[in-house]
Design a protein around this ligand. Structure first.
Ligand SMILES: [Zn+2]
Ligand SMILES: [Zn+2]
Length: 321
């Protein structure tokens, strides 16, 4: 086994047995930023590798890890906002082009099957141009499953279930609970502080919860009127102090905040706001942060290549698989 750095994650290091690893491929919002991709959590547990959401820019962060697309064929969507689904086409078509040999599987709330059907139409020409050159035709398939509350996925000792959260009108947003090897991970998706999450997150090892910056700071930085900022930060989303209240009510080993404008000068005000309600361990998520969930929680920064080359599936060449 590779000697693990306690500070840096070097791609290629396998997930220790019995542990769950989350690599944050995107921690951002609908506002596209070069330094912060749209929301995407890459979860690895046993043989299972699953994306939770696939926001814009997240597929480039994925390839920077040097993992073959062949090993990444599942995404569970929490809801259909663009900052959570924008890279669906890149993962599906790009993943097939660069080595995935199995169908891309997509789960999501009601409407997901329709969105996937539209993707098939949008990329019909694209797929037809590649088909003569690619042998792995099962990889160009995409399968969609609409889910409701309850178990979505249960394979290889890894169980993922969904619970409805409170985000926008009309409501069609879910949080996700992953249970594997006695470990429990909660991903809020987008939500304001809600009891469904608190109920599901009891005894969780790690809770990844969304939060917007404190309202006044967001209004000032974004140039948006205070009333609109309040609507965004406090009605559609969770404030850092409310995220602190969620952590206080659930007591995870580690609380992680995402969906935050995580600029250096916002970290301290956001954490100050969290501390109004919670004094446990909490961090503000950054893209390419790697969290290993074992008996202890190890948080590291991935060391990656900004201009990676494709990684072929084991034992075959890309295009000959
Ligand atoms: Zn969002
Ligand atoms: Zn949203």
């Amino acid at each position: 086994m590779i000697n693990r750095s306690r500070h840096f994650f070097y791609p290629g290091e396998s997930v220790p047995e019995g542990q769950v690893r989350v690599t944050m491929l995107g921690t951002g919002t609908p506002f596209p930023r070069r330094g912060q991709a749209g929301t995407c959590m890459f979860v690895e547990a046993g043989e299972q590798k699953i994306f939770f959401d696939c926001g814009p820019g997240s597929s480039a962060n994925f390839t920077s890890l040097g993992i073959s697309f062949d090993l990444a064929d599942k995404v569970i969507l929490t809801h259909h906002h663009v900052d959570h689904i924008g890279d669906l086409g890149s993962f599906w078509v790009g993943g097939w082009t660069y080595g995935r040999r199995t169908p891309f599987r997509v789960w999501g709330p009601e409407g997901t099957e329709k969105i996937v059907e539209h993707h098939r139409e949008i990329y019909e020409w694209d797929l037809s141009t590649r088909t003569p050159f690619l042998k792995n035709l099962r990889g160009k398939e995409i399968q969609a499953h609409d889910y409701e509350d309850g178990t979505i996925f249960d394979e290889g000792g890894v169980k993922v279930s969904a619970f409805k959260v409170t985000h926008t009108d009309p409501q069609n947003s879910y949080g996700l609970k992953l249970e594997a090897f006695g470990k429990k991970l909660i991903f809020s998706g987008d939500t304001k502080k809600c009891n469904a999450l608190i109920d599901n997150a009891q005894n969780a090892d790690v809770i990844i919860h969304e939060a917007f910056p404190p309202t006044e700071i967001y209004a000032e930085k974004s140039g948006r009127p205070l009333a609109l900022a309040r609507q965004v930060c406090e009605v559609l989303h969770t404030s850092p102090s409310e995220a602190g209240a969620v952590f206080a009510a659930t007591q995870p080993k580690l609380g992680i905040i995402f969906h935050m404008y995580n600029n250096d000068d916002l970290i301290a005000p956001a954490l100050d706001d969290v501390r109004k309600n919670y004094d446990g361990k909490v961090i503000i998520g950054q893209d390419l942060m790697v969290v290993d969930i074992g008996d202890e929680i190890l948080v590291r920064k991935a060391v990656v290549d900004d201009k990676p080359w494709p990684v072929a599936p084991a034992g075959v060449k890309i295009g000959e698989n």
